[in-house]
Design a protein around this ligand. Structure first.
Ligand SMILES: [Zn+2]
Length: 434
């Protein structure tokens, strides 16, 4: 072997050496400035004069942003494809072909006139994690899937397509882009006729991890770096109708009225009192109200209103509903009215996996970050995926707890911290999970 050949053989040995002796995984970090510059680039797709993002699913802007994300995935050495529902999936094989994939990701569609962080932080961070693994020649045991779910804001459509499938009714929903979901799926490169092929069963995935902005003010107000999400609260909705009796407002004495709006006023106050009467983080809201016939001189004969209760624990929601009913029966007697509650489509609570929570907490602490366990009051793709595999969610602080607004903001260093927790949690889970 001459000197030149010797040098060449050394060069050839380098990748093998790196594979055999990877730098200790615990020392691996994402490139925070690269990640934040990708977020700045992404925010240009649909930037509004107020500094937010208007990128509703299936719009031209959404499609352009998706192309940008796919290019980043290719740069991160992922094999990129669009599934039948239009979800973008970047794949890299693991070293153990017998293992099921570990999935990380989020969404890049926004609400109308939304912010530049919701979903986007988790999506760009997942790609950054893949890029960092590639840069350091670290290959997971598990296959890796980086996913950008389509149309999260329209009701977690892309993740639902994977976890339970979409119904005809879902496909016919007209979205903010003015396209139906069926038309939207075709527009972004999916195939609504092949949706059955992408539904995954329990056990098809080893796990799913999602980084997201908190969209509330707990971490920001308490100056905590990382939220370890305990689960996504169930959302319970009721349409409430109050029947009274419409009558002349001038001639009907006060003690002979059946005023539905007065009953509604007492009801709204009662809901607030019931929800705050027991310890915990449950929330309850009466968010809409309409009075009939709605005139100066007619005692309201009918009111259409609502009830929303959210908590991680369904039993607690049942208890709150029962306590509300006790108040309602009293108000009916007091006001001579009749209440009717009709439950409408809500969602059940989705708990994160204990091992995933512990892993996220350990990873954050090892990075020198403070943590707090908290529920998510907002819905996420992770709640759909929780039906088919263990999931974990990582939150980073939202300034002033503002979200779904152009004023949504998370600090670049908080985002980099979140991405490092995502990277470290992924590496640890890759080692722990079968
Ligand atoms: Zn989101």
């Amino acid at each position: 072997m001459n000197r030149r050949d010797f040098n060449l053989s050394l060069l050839a040995a380098v990748p093998a050496l790196m594979l055999r002796f990877p730098q200790s995984n615990a020392q691996l970090r994402v490139d925070g400035s690269r990640l934040n510059s990708h977020l700045t680039e992404l925010a240009k797709f649909g930037k509004t004069p107020e500094g937010g993002t208007n990128r509703v699913a299936y719009s031209d802007i959404d499609q352009q942003a998706r192309q940008y994300a796919m290019q980043l995935m290719r740069d991160a050495k992922l094999e990129v494809g669009v599934d039948a529902a239009g979800n973008i999936i970047g794949r890299r094989a693991g070293t153990d072909a017998a293992l099921k994939p570990l999935m990380i990701g989020s969404h890049i569609d926004s609400v109308p006139q939304g912010g530049s962080y919701d979903g986007q932080v988790g999506s760009m961070s997942a790609i950054e994690v893949a890029q960092s693994l590639a840069d350091n020649n670290v290959r997971l045991k598990h296959p890796l899937e980086v996913i950008i779910f389509q149309n999260e804001e329209g009701g977690t459509i892309g993740s639902a397509a994977i976890s339970r499938g979409l119904s005809e009714k879902d496909l016919n929903i007209v979205t903010n882009s003015k396209k139906t979901i069926r038309e939207g799926i075709k527009f972004i490169g999916g195939d609504p006729d092949r949706l059955a092929s992408i539904v995954r069963k329990k056990g098809d995935l080893a796990g799913y991890l999602e980084l997201h902005i908190e969209q509330g003010g707990v971490l920001y107000n308490e100056k905590i770096d990382i939220g370890v999400v305990e689960g996504i609260v169930g959302i319970n909705w009721w349409e409430v109708t109050i029947e009274g009796f419409a009558n002349h407002a001038g001639t009907t004495p006060m003690n002979q009225r059946h005023d539905a709006l007065l009953a509604a006023a007492k009801y709204i106050e009662a809901v607030n009192r019931v929800v705050t009467s027991i310890p915990g983080r449950q929330v309850g809201t009466v968010g809409k109200i309409q009075s009939f016939p709605g005139a100066f001189n007619v005692i309201p004969g009918k009111v259409a209103t609502s009830l929303e209760l959210r908590d991680l624990d369904s039993t607690k929601v049942e208890t709150l509903f029962e306590k509300t009913m006790v108040e309602v029966r009293r108000i009916e007697t007091e006001t001579g009215t009749k209440f009717d509650f009709k439950q409408v489509n809500g969602s059940k609570p989705a708990l994160t996996d204990t091992r995933f929570r512990q892993t996220i907490d350990e990873s954050a602490k090892q990075l020198g970050l403070t943590t707090k366990a908290l529920p998510s009051g907002a819905g996420h793709d992770a709640q759909e995926i929780a039906d088919i595999c263990p999931v974990g969610m990582i939150f980073v602080p939202s300034r002033d707890g503002i979200s779904h607004s152009p004023r949504e903001f998370s600090k670049p260093e908080d985002i980099a911290n979140g991405a490092n927790v995502l990277l470290q949690s992924l590496l640890r889970l890759d080692g722990k999970l079968g």
